[in-house]
Structures are given as C-alpha cells and as structure tokens.
Design a protein around this ligand. Structure first.
Ligand SMILES: CC1=C(CCC(=O)O)c2cc3nc(cc4[nH]c(cc5[nH]c(cc1n2)c(C)c5CCC(=O)O)c(CCC(=O)O)c4C)C(CCC(=O)O)=C3C
Ligand SMILES: [Fe+2]
Length: 375
C-alpha cells in the first residue's frame, strides 16, 4: 500500500466543466443555457447548432470528462490520495448546482475545483467562478450550509499539461508526408475572445495589450515549440492564431482566424501546417468541428497538407499534474512550504484570483477568489 497523501484541509475535488449535449433534443436547450444574456446573434446560434447535429447532437466533451474522471480516480488510488472526485458542469447535466448539493449532503466542507480551462480570461475563469457563486446562493436558499470552495491555480504552464502536447505535436509532424515535414509551420490555436476581454484578462497588473490570456498562450507556445525543436532537430516557424469566433461582427475579437492563417501561409509558399489546439483541455466540439472539419476542409481546398495535434484529454501525466496541484495547494493552505511547478517564463499562476482579475462586463458575485462573498 502506498503512503497516504495528505490533502488536508480539502475533503473533495470538483471537476468543473462546460457541459455539452448528449443527443439531438439537447442541442437547442444547451445553446440557450450557454448564451443566456450573452448577445450572440441568432444566425451564429443556428450555425453552431448545425455543428452539433453533424455529430448526432452529441458533444464529445462529456465522454472526455468521464475519461478524465477515471484517470484522476485511478491516479489518486494508485498514489494513496484519498480525495473523492465529483463532476459538475456549467451548461448541461450533471449540473454544477446538483453536484454541489450532493457534495454538501455527503458532508464535504472544503472543496477544491479543477476547471477544464487552463488559462486566465473572463470566459475561462471568472465565468466559472460566477457559476460557483450562483450554485452556492441556490444551496443557501435551500437552507444548506455552503461549503468553502477554492479553485486550483491556472495550470497552462504545468509540465503535466505541456508534455503531452509536445508528444502530440511531434506525432503529428511525423505523420506528415516526408517531403513537407521539415518545412511545416506550427499554428498554435486557442479560442478567440473579444479583444476587450483579452486586454482585461488576468490580475490588474497584467492587463492591457492582450493581457494574461495572450501572454500565457505565447509562453506555452514558446515552450512547446522549443521542446519540439529539440526533439525533431528542426526549427519550425510558429504563430499563435485563433478559432471559434462568435459575437457580432463589429466587435473586435482576437485575430487572425485559423482559416485565414492557413490561406496566408499557403500563399506564402509554406508546404504544410500543424494545428496545435493548446487553448483546449480536450477534443471537444471546438476541436472536432472548427479544426478537424472546417479548417481541414479549407486546407484541402487549398491543397495544403495539415495535421491537428492531440489535446491533453485524460493523459495520465495530466492526472498526475492534478494530484501535484492538489498537494501543492493543500500544503500552501496549511502553511507548509511548497515549490510550485511551472515551465516557461511566467512562473506559477496565483492561487487566489485577486480583486479585479478578469472582470465581467456587468459585475456579479464570483466565488473562489479574493472578492468572493463566500470566503
Ligand atoms: C475562452 C473560451 C473557452 C476555453 C475555456 C473553456 O474551456 O472554458 C471556451 C470553451 C468552450 N466553449 C464551448 C461552447 C460554446 N462557446 C460559446 C460561446 C463563447 N465561448 C467563448 C470563449 C470560450 N469558450 C466566448 C467568448 C463565447 C461568446 C459568448 C460569450 O461571451 O459567452 C458557444 C455559443 C455559440 C458560439 O457563439 O459559438 C458555445 C456553444 C465549449 C463546449 C464544446 C463542446 O460542446 O464540446 C467549450 C469547452
Ligand atoms: Fe466557448
């Protein structure tokens, strides 16, 4: 038997994700959940609904999360970390509020949250924290005592997140026809967000000029490109580009879009491109539709060979990283000294989002941060 690892004061881990439809009848209500009050044009919603219908109305994200839950539970059991793992989503069943209610009924009082979003931004961090606050408010209204909730720090630069992506990128490069392999460029992709949201991402001191969101992605891209260069012996040009833009056309979002980028690279005579979706934790709809379907069709039309490299998904190294992050946070919370693990130039992210971090357009209560009403 392994020694028992100490996660005190925490008594549970909550995997908090986006959620997605599990059949054709779920698609429209799911999209309504996602876009409530967010001002997404109707045309865009119809179009995104079609992406889901193309895959039988089933988002891959739920099975990805089930696989991650299995990987986390297996890793914790193997290493003697006795922390029960729960799963709740922002936009589809199992809903966050239902899971938190179950956790309270199971007697969980100190909950650590692992969000399936690795970087700072309103959409990737504070919005999850707002949903946590909403869920806690509902429990309070029901007469339940809300548990104390903390969120694990951003793990974009943790080696357990980066190393599987390096392997995936090397595999994709090796999968290209030999004659274009050495000349291939790398397109690191992430979700486009409004430039105003990018500029205000991260703590106040990091804001401006794309903010923490862009800087964190550039840091990860640099580390991965360097590791791939070392592994393959070829220095390949790379660029950070964006995908999955929504919102009204007159509002500026981060650019260039991956499809425009493929056109531009092709016109410049680049013989092949590998798309590396570093902004996403698993192969969900944004990856399967926007990259594997739409961008891949665009490349075929151009006659440009492309590959799409793997996301982290349920890689055992990611599960081990989560164990490491739990122990690191538990130690910090208990006043024991810890050496947080991080690659790249930015260093480990903060444990607690400070006041003013990734602000919303309309301020709302957010849990698990310095401005939480549930501290
Ligand atoms: C930064 C970011 C991440 C990465 C961090 C994270 O993972 O959280 C992410 C992930 C995801 N986004 C997802 C789905 C959607 N996102 C939408 C809309 C939007 N996303 C935005 C940003 C992000 N989104 C933004 C600024 C909007 C505009 C509306 C608004 O300001 O809120 C819409 C509405 C339709 C549309 O406009 O596309 C849908 C359906 C799914 C599930 C996929 C599946 O089902 O497999 C996942 C994992
Ligand atoms: Fe999204």
């Amino acid at each position: 038997m392994p020694d028992v690892l100490d996660a005190t004061p925490y008594d549970a881990l909550l995997l908090l994700s986006f959620g997605g439809p599990e059949g054709p009848d779920d698609v429209v209500p799911f999209l309504e959940n996602v876009t409530r009050g967010r001002g997404i044009p109707k045309e865009r919603l119809k179009e995104v609904g079609q992406h889901y219908f193309l895959f039988g109305g089933v988002s891959p994200i739920n099975d990805q999360n089930r696989a991650l839950l299995d990987a986390l539970r297996a890793d914790f059991a193997e290493h003697g970390l006795e922390v029960p793992v729960y799963w709740g989503n922002r936009n589809w069943a199992p809903y966050l509020t239902d899971t938190l209610r179950e956790m309270v009924r199971d007697g969980r009082r100190r909950v650590l949250v692992l969000a399936t979003s690795a970087y700072a931004s309103y959409s990737g961090c504070r919005q999850y924290r707002e949903n946590l606050a909403d869920a806690l408010a509902t429990l309070e209204q029901e007469g339940l005592e809300p548990p104390k909730i903390d969120k694990l720090r951003h793990y974009f630069n943790h080696p357990g997140f980066i190393e599987p992506m390096v392997d995936g990128l090397v595999r994709s490069i090796e999968d290209l026809p030999e004659e274009v392999r050495d000349g291939a460029h790398i397109a690191f992709t992430t979700h486009s967000i409004p430039t105003s949201a990018a500029d205000t991402s991260g703590p106040v001191e990091d804001q401006g000029d794309g903010g923490a969101y862009v800087r964190q992605h550039l840091d990860v891209a640099e580390v991965i490109a360097g590791a791939v260069r070392e592994r393959t012996g070829v220095d390949r040009p790379w660029q950070l580009v964006y995908q999955s833009r929504s919102g009204a056309p007159h509002i500026p979002w981060l650019e260039p879009d991956i499809c425009d980028h493929l056109e531009e690279r092709h016109a410049a005579g680049v013989p092949a491109v590998v798309m590396a979706p570093i902004g996403f934790v698993s192969d969900h709809m944004e990856v399967l539709y926007d990259l594997d379907t739409e961008a891949t069709a665009k490349a075929a039309e151009l006659g440009l060979p492309v590959r799409r490299s793997a996301t982290v998904g349920a890689d055992p190294r990611f599960a081990a990283a989560v164990r490491d992050l739990i122990l690191e946070r538990a130690a910090a919370e208990s006043g024991r000294s810890v050496a947080p693990c991080a690659l790249g130039a930015l260093g480990p992210s903060h444990n607690v989002c400070p006041v003013g971090c990734c602000p919303a357009r309309t301020p709302r209560p957010a849990a698990a941060g310095a401005d939480s009403p549930y501290a």
